[in-house]
Design a protein around this ligand. Structure first.
Ligand SMILES: *Cc1c(COP(=O)(O)O)cnc(C)c1O
Length: 392
C-alpha cells in the first residue's frame, strides 16, 4: 500500500465513527437520535435576549427560515464529513446550486461552466441568469487550457462537476482551483457523485461544494434536499442572503430523515463502490457495449487523475452502445431489478437510455445507457442483464 492509499483508507474508516457518534446534547434528554423540532418560531424570556439574538440571527434560534435545531444538527454532521467549516441545507439540490451561484455573481459577470454539468444547472446559468445580465461559457473541463482560452476580465465563477453524471468526465480540481484564484474567480463544485465520502474538493482549493442530498446522502429515495459547504464566511453570506431571502429551506422532518440515512452513508458507499465496479467491468465485456464510462476503470482516460483527487467511486456510470435507442430501451424494459426512472443514490438499481446526442458532444452516434447500481446482490443484477438481453 502506498502512502496516498493508506491516508485515503484511514480517512474512509474515520467516517464510520463520525456518522455513528454524537456528543450528548443536554437539550435532548439523552435522546440518541436528533429529535424533530417541529417549530416555525422560537420564543424569548426577555427583550434583552430577543435583541441579542438579532445581532447574529444565524447563531440563534429565532425563526425556522434561519435556524432550526434539527436542520443545524444535520448541517454540522455534513460539515464534519466534508471537512468544511460550515454547511447550509436546502429544499433540493437545485435550491442549493442556484443559491451558491447567485451568491457568486452580479450583473455583468461571466461564468465558465463545464459542458457536461447537470442539465438544470446549465439551464439556470445559460437561460435564467442571462435575464439578469450574467453570461456563461461552457467548456470541455478535461483540460485547464479550455478554461484559460475562455477567461475574461469579468469572469467571476468557475462552475465544476467532477465527475459529470452523464459521461463521467473529470476536471483536475487542484489546477482549476489554483487558476481560478490566480484570476480572482470563485470555484463551486457539484460533488454529488463522489459523495462526502469519496472526494473532498475544499482540501484541494475549491471554494464551495454543493451536493444533491436527494441522491447518496439521504440514500433511500424518500426525500429531496441539497447542501452548500465551505468557509464560515462564504456559507454565512449565503445564509443571510440566498437562504433567508429566497427561502428554499430544508424542513426539520426532512433533516431527521437525512440524518438517519447518514448513519449508513460510509457503509452504503463501500457497497455501491464495489458493486458499481463489478457491474461496470461486466458491462465492458458485452458485445453490444462500445465503451463504459466509469472513472474507476483503468480504461477510463482520466483514471490516473481520478486517483489523485478521489478516495473512492460512486456506482452511477454509463455505457455507449452502437445498438439503436429502441433496442436498448426494449432491453431496459425487460430488466427486473433495474427500474426505469430518473435520479439515483437510493437502495434500488435504475436504468435510463438516451440518444448519444442528448448526453454527448454533437456528431456522436449511438445510445447512451446510464446505470445506477443499488444495494442488490451484484450476481442477481448480472443475471438480470443477461436474461433481458436473451429475451429480445
Ligand atoms: C439530482 C442532481 C442535482 C439536483 O438535485 P435535486 O435534489 O434534484 O434538485 C444536481 N446535480 C447532480 C449531479 C444531480 O444528480
Amino acid at each position: 500500500m502506498n502512502e496516498t492509499y493508506t491516508a485515503a483508507a484511514t480517512a474512509r474508516e474515520k467516517q464510520f465513527t463520525q456518522v455513528a457518534y454524537d456528543e450528548l446534547d443536554s437539550r435532548h434528554h439523552g435522546a440518541i437520535h436528533v429529535p424533530i423540532y417541529q417549530n416555525s418560531l422560537f420564543a424569548f424570556r426577555s427583550y434583552e435576549e430577543f435583541d441579542h439574538a438579532f445581532t447574529a440571527l444565524l447563531d440563534h434560534h429565532v425563526y425556522s427560515r434561519g435556524n432550526n435545531p434539527t436542520v443545524t444538527y444535520l448541517e454540522q454532521k455534513l460539515a464534519e464529513l466534508e471537512g468544511a467549516e460550515k454547511a447550509r441545507c436546502f429544499a433540493s439540490g437545485m435550491a442549493a446550486i442556484s443559491s451558491a451561484i447567485l451568491s457568486s455573481v452580479k450583473q455583468g459577470d461571466h461564468v465558465i461552466c463545464v459542458h457536461q454539468a447537470y442539465g438544470p444547472t446549465k439551464e439556470f446559468l445559460s437561460v435564467y441568469l442571462k435575464k439578469f445580465g450574467v453570461e456563461t461559457t461552457f467548456v470541455d473541463g478535461r483540460s485547464i487550457d479550455n478554461f484559460k482560452a475562455e477567461i475574461r476580465e469579468n469572469t467571476s465563477l468557475f462552475y465544476l462537476e467532477s465527475p459529470t453524471s452523464g459521461l463521467f468526465e473529470l476536471q483536475n480540481l487542484r489546477e482549476c482551483a489554483a487558476y481560478a484564484k490566480e484570476v480572482g474567480a470563485r470555484t463551486i463544485i457539484d460533488n454529488t457523485w463522489a459523495s462526502p465520502c469519496f472526494q473532498h474538493p475544499l482540501a484541494l482549493g475549491v471554494d464551495l461544494v454543493v451536493h444533491s442530498i436527494t441522491k447518496y446522502i439521504s440514500g433511500h429515495s424518500d426525500c429531496t434536499g441539497g447542501v452548500i459547504l465551505g468557509s464560515s464566511e462564504l456559507v454565512d453570506q449565503i445564509g443571510y442572503n440566498e437562504y433567508m431571502l429566497l427561502g428554499g429551506l430544508m424542513t426539520p422532518q426532512t433533516a431527521a430523515l437525512v440524518a438517519k440515512g447518514l448513519r449508513t452513508l460510509p457503509l452504503r458507499m463501500q457497497r455501491h463502490e464495489e458493486s458499481g465496479l463489478l457491474l461496470a467491468d461486466f458491462m465492458s465485456r458485452k458485445p453490444y457495449v462500445r465503451r463504459v464510462n466509469h472513472p474507476g476503470m483503468t480504461s477510463h482516460p482520466q483514471f490516473e487523475l481520478g486517483k489523485t483527487q478521489m478516495k473512492g467511486y460512486g456506482s452511477l456510470f454509463s455505457f455507449v452502445s452502437d445498438e439503436p435507442l429502441a433496442k436498448m430501451r426494449a432491453w431496459a424494459a425487460k430488466l427486473k431489478y433495474f427500474k426505469i426512472a430518473v435520479s439515483w443514490g437510493g437502495f434500488e438499481s435504475l436504468v435510463t437510455a438516451n440518444p448519444y446526442g442528448a448526453a454527448g458532444p454533437d456528431g456522436q452516434t449511438g445510445t447512451v445507457v446510464r446505470m445506477y447500481i443499488g444495494m442488490e446482490d451484484p450476481k442477481d443484477l448480472m443475471a438480470d442483464i443477461d436474461q433481458a438481453w436473451a429475451s429480445l
